[in-house]
Design a protein around this ligand. Structure first.
Ligand code: BMA
Length: 830
């Protein structure tokens, strides 16, 4: 095979309605190209979004000249290979139309040999306006739109959240968004190899190789070689590879992630090499285990036969402009996921099938991937051309990703059943149901069945295996999204009402840190209710919902920065309440994926990592509530407001639980201390516990009636902790009333910065009194830290490791260090 890369050619682009040619980047898109040419302002800044909507009304043309030599032309076939065109594309080579395409998610291969010339050639791709396409195509399809503010983005196979989402701006891109090249070949071509793993009872693994050739070839043979794992080096001939002592791949937290390099050379009957294919393979089995049990039907992932509780979050595209993203764009947030003890991400169905870099990292890091097909929320058309295009897309993506160690599940769509079930079960709307089933119950599962190599398929998220979309059904079977908290504005405690089998979405918004706000909002425009900031709040009414929940729990904040901080503490409170509940429910519940891990631009959102990479309080908390050995408190009582706003509390008992999901049993000590805000310890206890894998145990029940009566609930807090091997594995603070009713003491904190090397320091904090969710920052500096937003207990020193990527002097560290805790956010009346 002879390859002529085309992405590196000098590309240019123009507005077909008449602008001059400008230099372009491939892979890329028109928005980033215009920005690079300084023809548009920064699309993320201030209110620029509204002024840039003209871009998707135009047609855009990309063109490149390149030189072809005799070698390439001497091949029998020369294919133009385009891994991704965004989206309504007409491809011309030397003026002649090669093909048209209408699906961003399909990789193309067109034989263009007869159109190529020796010497200079011109390739041009015209991208017709996707917005116009939507207006003029499938006009009979008039769904109830959920996220697209203009409407009907479902009629085109293109990244859906580009059309606007409740955390994303509307930037409908066009361009060559993945690699493009010429491939010349003669005789035959190796398109790929399907690798199937057979794990025998005695532990031995056999790989079966099924080469996929462009032309039928009798007598083709496979020569293979494996390497990359100590002691594994082997080679041979044939379609079966026996690995007698396999090193198994495990998700993070369960074991190691050995990846075997597999190279397969396919040799034709004449002895010449047809092609070589190489990939990294992790040896493991993954099953979606749905067996009958006392609650209904399990919903759990078995990795190498072992049930694994899925801990993670939902993944959206890392950038509004997805073209040409590289490994480093993904590494930051995926590494942060593993650092927060996650073992699964759900690639949500309104974005894209991610790039190889993304899945490489998931394989390496041990992050299981729940992979949605790219359909979300709104009903899709069901005409033959749409189904055929969707099927071709699925075939392309399943072939591309099936060998991935991390690939745990193919899921048909995001929430389409859950949101539209009223219509889908309506006997008067049979056609909608037929369209839905054609795609998600027939076309897509058939592709996964035929090409997926055993990866399970699940039609929608959420889905319970039947028509029932209610919460009660989710307690028996299937996966659940729970949005009564946030969208429904229900009390946070309502998370504990439902015993779901698998929680694949639940979320709470917070505001970006001021540091991240400063990257997109001009000074003077940073009031969160002003226009510029509201452009970066995409959920209708989102600010009101944040304020509602913040005001339920915290005092009126003294300034905007305090409100931002409180919004992040509230987000922690909500998501931790959910996650701890789901972990306590194990093994009934076997997964917790909160909404959402990351952002695609700087925006008020449900994410735990800001667009700039800064961890919100939630991400620090996730590291704690996803710890393998986890202690949590369940308070069955509640504090409610009755007629005329009189408050009534039934808080009295506290159940202390351990949840443990590491693979080896361990021993620990559970501790509890009831503190008075004045520093006295009123009651203490401890219990030696055995931590067995995959168990959640109620270890103790404390009846606090007496101290509550003597000292008042406003003056008390309970610390629960779990020590394993003499180290603090997990701890938390339990309030016995709403924190806004507590008179938290204000104080001075002693902070000591000890430089440990270039750009590295240990910072220790000591406070004479209790401080809740103590946050420190180095103003104006980027840094990573081993912990933040933690509780400080009276007289106890908390040590944190800090790293500054840019390097910084110890004096600078000391000068820029700032900190605060909950008590510092109060409005201080005169
Ligand atoms: C979920 C997702 C998204 C949405 C989020 C927040 O259900 O599937 O569609 O962005 O809610 O509203």
């Amino acid at each position: 095979m002879r390859v002529l890369p085309l992405a590196s050619s000098p590309w240019k682009f123009r507005d077909c309605s008449g602008s001059a040619w400008r230099a372009a980047t491939v892979p890329g898109c028109v928005h980033t190209d215009l920005r690079r040419a300084r023809a548009i302002p920064d699309p993320f800044r201030g209110m620029n979004e509204a002024g840039l909507q003209w871009i998707d009304e135009r047609d855009w043309e990309y063109s490149a000249e390149f030189t072809v030599g005799a070698g390439l032309l001497g091949e029998e076939v020369v294919d133009l290979v385009a891994d991704g065109l965004d989206t309504i594309a007409t491809v011309r080579l030397n003026g002649a139309v090669v093909a048209r395409s209408e699906n961003m998610f399909i990789g193309h291969r067109w034989d263009v040999g007869r159109l190529l010339r020796r010497g200079r050639n011109t390739l041009s791709i015209r991208f017709a306006s996707a917005t116009r396409y939507i207006r003029t195509h499938r006009r009979e399809h008039t769904p109830r739109d959920i996220n697209d503010p203009v409407g009907r983005c479902t009629v085109i196979r293109k990244e859906q959240c580009q059309f606007g989402w409740d955390w994303g701006p509307r930037y409908v891109t066009a361009g060559i968004w993945r690699d493009i090249r010429l491939e010349g070949w003669s005789g035959n071509r190796l398109a790929g190899v399907a690798v199937t793993q057979h794990h025998a009872r005695n532990g031995e693994v056999t790989l079966s190789l099924a080469p996929d050739l462009a032309r039928r070839a009798g007598g083709a043979r496979c020569r293979w070689r494996i390497s990359g794992v100590p002691g594994a080096a082997a080679s041979g001939v044939g379609r079966r590879i026996r690995i007698p002592k396999p090193k198994l791949w495990w998700p993070s937290g369960q074991g190691a992630q050995p990846l075997y390099s597999l190279e397969v050379e396919v040799v034709g009957s004449g002895g010449s090499v047809i092609g070589t294919w190489s990939r990294k393979i992790g040896l493991r089995t993954i099953e979606l285990d749905r067996h009958r049990d006392k609650w209904g039907e399990s919903f759990q992932f078995l990795i190498n036969g072992r049930p694994v509780f899925a801990k993670g979050a939902n993944w959206i595209p890392v950038n509004v402009f997805v073209a040409g993203l590289g490994r480093e764009d993904y590494a930051r947030d995926l590494r942060a996921a593993v650092a927060a003890n996650m073992n699964m991400v759900r690639v949500w169905g309104g974005g894209i099938y991610e790039s190889e870099d993304f899945y490489d990292l998931c394989d390496e890091l041990g992050l299981l991937v729940w992979q949605d097909f790219m359909f979300a929320c709104t009903l899709y058309p069901g005409d033959a051309a749409f189904i055929a295009s969707s099927r071709a897309e699925a075939e392309h993506q399943v072939r591309r990703l099936r060998h991935r160690a991390s690939l745990a599940l193919w899921c048909g769509n995001n929430e389409i059943w859950g949101i539209n079930w009223h219509e889908l079960v309506d006997p008067k709307k049979k056609r909608l149901r037929a369209n839905y089933e054609r795609l998600f119950h027939r076309a897509l599962p058939a592709v996964v069945e035929k090409l997926g190599g055993g990866t399970p398929y699940w039609p929608s998220s959420p889905w319970r295996g039947d028509e029932d979309a209610g919460h009660a059904a989710g307690e028996a079977r299937g996966d659940s999204h729970y949005w009564d908290v946030w969208h429904g504005r229900n009390p946070v405690k309502d998370y504990e009402k439902w015993n779901f089998r698998f929680a694949s979405e639940y979320g709470m918004q917070s505001y970006n840190s001021s540091a991240t706000q400063a990257t997109f909002c001009p000074p003077g425009d940073r009031n969160i209710f002003g226009s510029a900031m509201e452009t970066h709040q995409k959920n209708k009414g989102g600010n009101q919902v944040i304020l509602d929940y913040v005001s339920r729990r915290y005092r009126f904040p003294r300034d905007q920065d305090s409100l931002i901080y409180l919004s992040q503490l509230n987000q922690v409170h909500c998501i931790q309440t959910g996650a701890a509940h789901y972990r306590r429910l194990m093994p009934r519940c076997m997964g917790s994926l909160y909404w959402q891990l990351n952002d695609c631009w700087p925006v008020a959102s449900w994410s735990s990592i800001e667009f700039t990479g800064r961890w919100r309080a939630l991400h620090h908390a996730a590291r704690r509530f996803y710890a393998p050995a986890f202690v949590s408190a369940h308070v069955p009582g509640d504090e409610v407001f009755g007629i005329n706003n009189y408050r009534h509390s039934t808080v009295r008992l506290v159940h202390v639980h351990t949840s443990y999901d590491a693979p080896k049993a361990s021993k620990g000590v559970v501790r509890w201390d009831l503190f008075h805000l004045d520093g006295r310890v009123l009651l203490s206890g401890r219990k030696r516990v055995i931590l067995r894998p995959m168990t959640s145990v109620r270890q103790a029940t404390l009846d606090l009636s007496a101290p509550l009566a003597s000292f008042g609930r406003e003056n008390l807090y309970l610390r629960v902790a779990l020590d394993v091997a003499g180290r603090r594995a997990s701890e938390d603070t339990v309030f016995l009333t709403i924190p806004r009713f507590m008179e938290l003491p204000r104080t001075r904190t002693t902070a000591v910065v000890r430089a440990k090397g270039p750009g590295q320091a240990e910072v220790s904090f000591t406070s004479p009194v209790f401080q809740h969710k103590f946050e420190f920052d180095f103003a104006g500096r980027r840094f990573a830290c081993s912990d933040n937003f933690f509780d400080l207990f009276p007289g106890e020193t908390k040590r944190v490791d800090v790293t500054f990527p840019g390097g910084v002097t110890a004096a600078d560290m000391r000068k820029s260090l700032v900190h605060r805790s909950l008590a510092d956010t109060y409005w201080a009346p005169p």
